[in-house]
Design a protein around this ligand. Structure first.
Ligand SMILES: [Zn+2]
Length: 574
């Protein structure tokens, strides 16, 4: 009952943004011309054009910098209060200092890149916490092909808050909410400004999110009024925190104190044929294929069903409401549900406690962090990679299909490329499999009766995908249902007994790209190793090398969906 009461309170205390912003304008006319597609790309073409996806991906892997990200968060925190109604005159604290600092970072990045990045502000009038005029810092990286002038936006909100919605005197460092997202946007601008893209990329740090998504609403409104085409919006809000609070808006973490630095949640609106869900799948696929294989710490990218956490919202929503494709990145673990009116609320979100971390040994240096710069780095890589691929990707194809029994025949209409990708999903919003068609047609065998959602993307000669097409629904009837067993098994390992290494063999009747986990433990149950796997249909081989000197009996467990589906023993003799 108590919980229900506070949920209602939360809904009622969240203000509406029914009052429309007026006098919305871009302060940099050159930036406005680029965003609206009225410019000469030659003006922004550098002598040396870096635009090959391999070099961009290499840049994403090697130049996104955890210390730059940490530095940005520290600088933003030092300004003490970034409430939208806070001081605009001081150079050392308040929202004015914060706006100018972000703008100065964009200027610095521009100076390092032949002035190709165009810094400016989106300015609008609206009474928020006593202030009448507002500016969201932004920067525009012009695309070099104006035949399709649609833009990509990486955004975060710059403002912070304490318990009081308009408390401009409290210390509101807002490190995770949302110094983390702002830091990410600046770092994304720094990394991407070295490269050239077909599409324009906009880096946006919004004002007035906490009082009602005003800054994002202003941008989405002016975009609609000026017929600005937006390919996709990536919103980042709370993207560096790793510790689970006592409360967290569902669906979220538990238990209290749990740390998770390897999972990011992607929220988006809609279900079947939602362009927002399709874009989220694209982000995950591009991460899995471009970044994950070369990363030492592998991120699990969770596609969430709702548009946001229960009772919560963010700056992706105004864009979606104005008809644009938009999604939100948020940490797996949040420190609080922002229900600051609860007298028992002890978590950090929306309080003065949203800080970098704690100094536990009294030497005035933070040594216990609430945010993780390396986690933020990995989230930045996911963002930058997706935006970059979306900014060089080709046109989305249309396709036709026919079904004969369990054979799905795909034909791409008006083929322009040699390779196409076919994404198939069943029970979740994530792809079960992504097939590659060499040529403009092909046949896919569907193993079980059921409903399949099928979409197709084009792939250019540099292996860059377009966005996926609208989904078509394919219903397969009359086939055998799933076998009652798990459909996956461990075959004998060879060699066994082994000296120091063996090959673990897995046979799968499941769809391609099933996520699985191998756990190797001692005979006493103590964990020796965990190996995440992507299992293909048929035979899969995993080379396993054990630590020298760890001889004896080991137990190999195969897990799918967190369930143990097969177990086998192996003996190491060295
Ligand atoms: Zn936020």
């Amino acid at each position: 009952m108590k919980r229900f009461f506070f949920l209602l309170l939360l809904l009622f205390t969240r203000p509406f943004y029914g009052f429309s912003q007026t006098n919305i304008l871009f302060t940099n006319p050159a930036a406005e011309q680029v965003i609206t597609g009225n410019y000469d790309p030659q003006v922004y073409t550098p002598a040396m054009i870096l635009n090959h996806p391999d070099s961009i991906i290499h840049g994403v892997l090697t130049t996104v910098n955890a210390d730059s990200l940490l530095y940005n968060m520290i600088q933003l925190a030092s300004l003490q209060n970034r409430n939208t109604g806070a001081d605009t005159v001081s150079s050392v604290k308040g929202i004015g200092a914060a706006r100018r600092w972000v703008h100065a970072q964009f200027e610095k990045i521009s100076n390092q890149n032949n002035s190709r990045l165009l810094p400016g502000y989106l300015q609008f009038d609206q009474l928020i916490c006593g202030a009448g005029q507002h500016r969201s810092p932004m920067a525009v990286l012009p695309g070099l092909d104006t035949s399709d002038p649609s833009i990509i936006i990486i955004e975060a909100h710059l403002d912070s808050r304490c318990e009081g919605l308009c408390d401009t005197a409290c210390v509101a460092e807002g490190v995770d909410d949302n110094g983390s997202g702002t830091s990410l946007v600046i770092e994304a601008a720094r990394v991407l400004s070295r490269y050239c893209f077909k599409h324009t990329i906009v880096f946006l740090t919004n004002i007035g999110e906490e009082q009602g998504l005003y800054g994002a609403e202003a941008f989405a409104t002016v975009a609609e009024n000026k017929n600005i085409l937006i390919r996709a919006v990536q919103n980042n809000d709370i993207v560096a925190g790793v510790r689970c609070g006592q409360t967290a808006s569902p669906p979220s973490c538990s238990p209290f104190g749990e740390v998770d630095s390897t999972q990011i949640r992607l929220f988006s609106y809609g279900g079947v044929n939602s362009p927002h869900k399709s874009f989220v799948r694209y982000i995950k696929l591009e991460y899995r294929e471009n970044i994950l294989p070369q990363s030492t710490v592998k991120m699990s990218v969770s596609i969430m069903t709702p548009e946001d956490r229960t009772g919560r919202g963010g700056d992706h929503q105004p864009f979606r409401q104005h008809g644009y494709t938009a999604m939100r990145f948020t940490s797996a673990n949040e420190n609080g549900n922002a229900n600051v009116s609860d007298p028992d609320y002890e978590d950090n979100q929306h309080t003065s406690r949203d800080v970098l971390g704690y100094d536990t040994d009294g030497d005035a240096v933070v040594d216990s962090f609430l945010v993780d710069k390396n986690y933020l780095k990995r989230n930045t890589q996911i963002n930058v990679n997706a935006a970059a691929m979306a900014a060089i990707g080709v046109l989305t194809p249309e396709f036709n299909y026919s079904l004969e029994g369990n054979q799905l025949n795909i034909t791409v209409a008006d083929p322009a490329y040699e390779v196409y990708r076919v994404g198939i999903r069943t029970n979740t919003y994530d792809f079960d499999s992504v097939y590659t068609l060499a040529g403009n047609s092909g046949t896919i065998h569907l193993d079980m009766a059921g409903i399949y959602y099928v979409s197709v993307a084009a792939e250019d000669s540099n292996k860059v995908e377009s966005f996926f097409s609208e989904e078509q629904i394919v219903i397969v009837t009359g086939l055998k249902p799933w076998p009652s067993d798990s459909g996956i098994e461990l075959l004998p390992m060879h060699p066994n007994p082994a000296d120091e290494a063996t090959t673990i063999v897995i046979y799968s009747r499941l769809l391609n790209n099933t996520e699985a986990l191998l756990r190797i433990t001692g005979s006493n149950g103590v964990l020796v190793s965990e190996i995440p796997l992507i299992i293909q249909k048929g035979l899969n081989e995993v080379n396993y090398r054990h630590t020298m000197g760890e001889r004896g009996l080991k137990v190999v467990q195969l897990m799918v969906d967190e369930k143990i589906v097969a177990t086998k023993n192996i003996v190491f003799t060295r």
